[in-house]
Design a protein around this ligand. Structure first.
Ligand code: ADP
Length: 328
C-alpha cells in the first residue's frame, strides 16, 4: 500500500491555509487511500526563537485540530515528532549526506534568515539544517508520497536528492518519495497582503484566518480583505491577486471553480459575503469537534501515545538499516 507522510509545524495557531492546503485533503482523501502518517513536527518549531510553554501548548493544539479536522486514528497514524527518537537519529545521518551549499540554497532558509536577522536575534543553526530533519521525517517512514503545499516542494526535492545519494553510496535503503500538491487551494494567500501566503507564524495578523477564530472575527477578516479599485469580479491572479485569492478560497470551500464563481458575484462586497459564509460553514464542524476533544484531554493523550508507538514500529527498522549501512 502507498505510504503517505506529512507534517505540520506548531509555530503558531493553525490557519485556513493549513486546513484548505493540507489537513482537509489528509482527512478526506489520503487517510482513506493510503497508509498515512501525520506528524506534529515540534522539533521544527524550535528552529526559530521559541517559548517552551507556548510550543507545548501549540503542539497539543495542532494535534487536537488534526483530529478535529477528521484524521481518524483507526485509519491513519497521528503523533508528535519529538515522541519518536528515530527522527533525530536519522537527521544526523542526513546531515552527513547533505552539503552545506544545498542547505543554504533553500528559499525558506533565505527568507527566514532575512526575518530573523531583522529581529536582531541570532539565526539558529537548526534553521539551516532543518531540511535534513525534514528528510529524516519522510525517509524514516519509507514514504512514497508527501502531500505538501507548493511552498514545501523544494524541501521534498532535496529529500529525494538525499535519498538517491544515500542509496547510491551505501546501498538501497530509502524509498525515494515524491511531493503531491493538492489541485485546489494549494496556496491560500494573506487577506491583507495577497502577494504572500497565509502563514501561521505571523500571529494575530488581520489577514490570517485562524481555525479557532470566532465566527464574527472570521467574518470581519474576510470582509476587510484587500482587493483593488476594480468593480467587476474577474479571476486574474496576476492583475487582481486579492480577488483571485477570495475566489480560490470560496472555490475550495464550496467545491466550485474560481472562474465560474467569478461570474456569479456582481460586486466585491457580494463575493466577500459569500466567501465569509463559505469559510464559516467549512470551519464550523472542525471547531465543534475541537471543543469536544478539548473536553476529553485523556483521549487526545492516548491517541498520541498510541500514534507514537505505531510510528516507532515503522521507523525503527528503517533507521536501524540506515545506521548499519553507514557503518554505525
Ligand atoms: P506554515 O507555513 O503555516 O508554518 P507548515 O510548514 O506547518 O505551515 O505546513 C503545514 C502544511 O500546510 C504544509 O503542507 C503546507 O504546505 C500547508 N500550508 C501552510 N500554509 C499554507 C497556505 N497558506 N496555503 C496552502 N497550504 C498551506
Amino acid at each position: 500500500m502507498t505510504r503517505v507522510f506529512s507534517g505540520i509545524k506548531p509555530t503558531g495557531h493553525l490557519t485556513l491555509g493549513n486546513y484548505l492546503g493540507a489537513m482537509r485533503q489528509w482527512a478526506a482523501v489520503d487517510q482513506h487511500r493510503a497508509d498515512a502518517v501525520f506528524c506534529v513536527v515540534d522539533l521544527h518549531g524550535m528552529t526559530v526563537d521559541h517559548d517552551p510553554a507556548r510550543l507545548r501548548r501549540l503542539t497539543r493544539q495542532a494535534a487536537t485540530l488534526l483530529l478535529a479536522a477528521g484524521l481518524d486514528p483507526e485509519l491513519c497514524t497521528v503523533f508528535v515528532q519529538s515522541h519518536v527518537d528515530e527522527h533525530t537519529r536519522l537527521s544526523y545521518v542526513m546531515e552527513c549526506v547533505a552539503t552545506d551549499g544545498e542547505m543554504r540554497r533553500m528559499i525558506q532558509y533565505k527568507e527566514k534568515v532575512a526575518g530573523e536577522g531583522a529581529r536582531g536575534r541570532g539565526v539558529r543553526l537548526s534553521l539551516l539544517t532543518y531540511p535534513a530533519l525534514m528528510a529524516a521525517d519522510i525517509l524514516a517512514y519509507g514514504a512514497d508520497e508527501v502531500p505538501v503545499g507548493d511552498d514545501q516542494s523544494q524541501h521534498v526535492e532535496l529529500t529525494r536528492d538525499l535519498a538517491v545519494r544515500f542509496n547510491q553510496r551505501y546501498g538501497h535503503t530509502f524509498v525515494v518519495p515524491k511531493a503531491t500538491v493538492p489541485a485546489v487551494a494549494a496556496r491560500v494567500m494573506n487577506l491583507q497582503d495577497p502577494g504572500s501566503k497565509m502563514g501561521k507564524s505571523d500571529d494575530s495578523g488581520p489577514g490570517i484566518v485562524y481555525l479557532l477564530d470566532e465566527p464574527d472575527v472570521i467574518r470581519k477578516k474576510v470582509m476587510r480583505a484587500v482587493t483593488d479599485s476594480g468593480r467587476e469580479v474577474v479571476y486574474d491572479r496576476e492583475e487582481r491577486p486579492g480577488v483571485a485569492n477570495l475566489l480560490e478560497i470560496l472555490a475550495a470551500c464550496t467545491g466550485g471553480n474560481p472562474e465560474s464563481l467569478a461570474s456569479v458575484h456582481d460586486s466585491y462586497g457580494a463575493l466577500k459575503q459569500a466567501t465569509a459564509e463559505a469559510v464559516l460553514e467549512t470551519l464550523r464542524p472542525v471547531q465543534a469537534r475541537h471543543r469536544e476533544l478539548c473536553a476529553d484531554p485523556g483521549y487526545v493523550e492516548e491517541v498520541l501515545r498510541h500514534g507514537a508507538e505505531k510510528a516507532r514500529a515503522i521507523a525503527r527498522p528503517i533507521v536501524d538499516t540506515a545506521y548499519r549501512a553507514v557503518g554505525l
